[in-house]
Design a protein around this ligand. Structure first.
Ligand code: SAM
Ligand code: SF4
Length: 353
């Protein structure tokens, strides 16, 4: 009788190393990239329903038993930082502020050696009362997503009337000393694409750094249309109606945002042209979903199950090697422009944006 007959899940032990993969402890891929930035989705749940992310009724949330426990998650984070050369952790979701124990997870991550850089991407709802604890726990950098400064529009885009909460969250984060604070904005044609200039003015006046992100085919409803997307080029055109923009000479590295000095600086604005000017060649990311799956790319169509290894008694060394294998197989690019492009099965909210 096999383990499967007994209802015991088959456990994948460490996969044999692809003979072509060099014996490098880091997360290298076959195109010479090294992943040092780990994006961690803490939950797929959310308290907003942004139209470009999920449907009004929400999604079938991941059952709790499938989600990694804090201990499981921290074991993987430790392996990543200690054994795989990960230098940066970004906590996201879904909405990471909904994850119980968030501050504890961050504090434990901050205690690792070498100390990773820690950032958080949040919709900002409820941030005002959490900001101090998050800063004390060790958050270095914060991104707050906000697509409009108009209450009614906010309610229509996110299907929740919470703009004032987000604005309070931003102010609370600044008061808690978090710096830098970046605002992520997705412009939608005919909805908020007239707000590029007012949003940048607001960000500059309040000491936040604004970044525009091109809408990507990652919505749960599969409603993305390339022709409907507001391109980075259009964003720049809009911004130039209100500001003079010159390229920021600072090194971009693996950062996805092209940065521009606003009216000669020091204020900057970022534009993330994931679709029209992909930056896959410089990508340094590896991704972990809330249920313990490694993804080598937002758009990957395969995942590697580390939860089964964690729950099946694998050693840290075995888990590390499976993670290395997963990243070795990373594709050259996201392929959105390929005729056969297929959106990943998981939406952005379940992968971790
Ligand atoms: N709930 C948090 C938030 O909104 O910041 C974290 C998760 S959310 C998926 C992360 C980022 O992804 C947000 O800035 C959001 O605007 C962005 N996002 C979601 N769906 C997107 C899409 N289809 N294309 C581009 N960006 C998207
Ligand atoms: Fe929630 Fe973030 Fe998706 Fe909006 S973008 S629905 S805040 S996960």
């Amino acid at each position: 009788m096999t383990a499967l007959d007994l209802g015991i899940p088959a456990v994948r032990r460490a996969a044999p190393r692809d003979p072509a993969r060099p014996a490098d402890p880091r997360l290298i891929d076959s195109f010479g990239r090294v992943a040092t930035d780990l994006r961690i989705s803490l939950t797929d749940r959310c308290n907003l329903r942004c139209s470009y992310c999920m449907p009004a009724e929400g999604l079938d949330w991941m059952p709790r038993a499938e989600q990694l426990t804090d201990d499981e998650l921290l074991r993987l984070i430790t392996i990543a930082v200690r054994d795989l050369g990960v230098e940066e952790l970004r906590f996201t979701g879904g909405e990471p502020l909904l994850r119980k124990g968030l501050e504890g997870i961050i504090a434990a991550s901050a205690a690792l050696e070498p100390r990773p850089d820690i950032s958080l991407t949040t919709n900002g709802v409820g941030l005002a009362r959490r900001a101090e604890a998050l800063a004390a726990a060790g958050v270095n950098r914060l991104n707050v997503s906000m697509d409009t400064l108009q209450e009614e529009r906010f309610a229509s885009i996110t299907r929740r009337d919470r703009l004032s909460d987000v604005l309070d969250g931003l102010a609370g984060a600044r008061a808690a000393g978090l710096n830098p604070i970046k605002i992520n904005t997705v412009l939608l044609r005919g909805v908020n694409d007239d707000e590029a200039v007012p949003l940048l003015r607001f960000a500059i006046d309040n000491g936040y750094e604004l970044r525009f992100i091109e809408q990507m085919p990652l919505d749960a409803q599969h409603g993305w249309e390339r022709s409907e997307m507001v391109t980075a080029g259009e964003v720049m055109q809009r911004l130039r109606e209100g500001f003079e923009l010159t390229p920021d000479p600072t090194e971009r590295g693996g950062a996805p945002a092209e940065r521009w000095l606003v009216d000669g600086g020091p204020a900057v604005v970022g534009v993330i042209a994931s679709v029209t000017r992909p930056f896959c060649g410089a990508c340094d990311r590896t991704r972990l979903t809330a249920d313990g799956q490694i993804r080598s790319c937002l758009f990957a169509r395969t995942e590697t199950d580390l939860r089964a290894l964690l729950r099946g008694g694998s050693t840290d060394a075995e888990i590390a090697d499976v993670w290395r294998n997963a990243m070795w197989g990373k594709l050259a690019g996201h392929g959105i422009d390929d005729p056969g492009f297929l959106q990943p099965d998981r939406p952005m909210s379940a992968i971790g944006g």
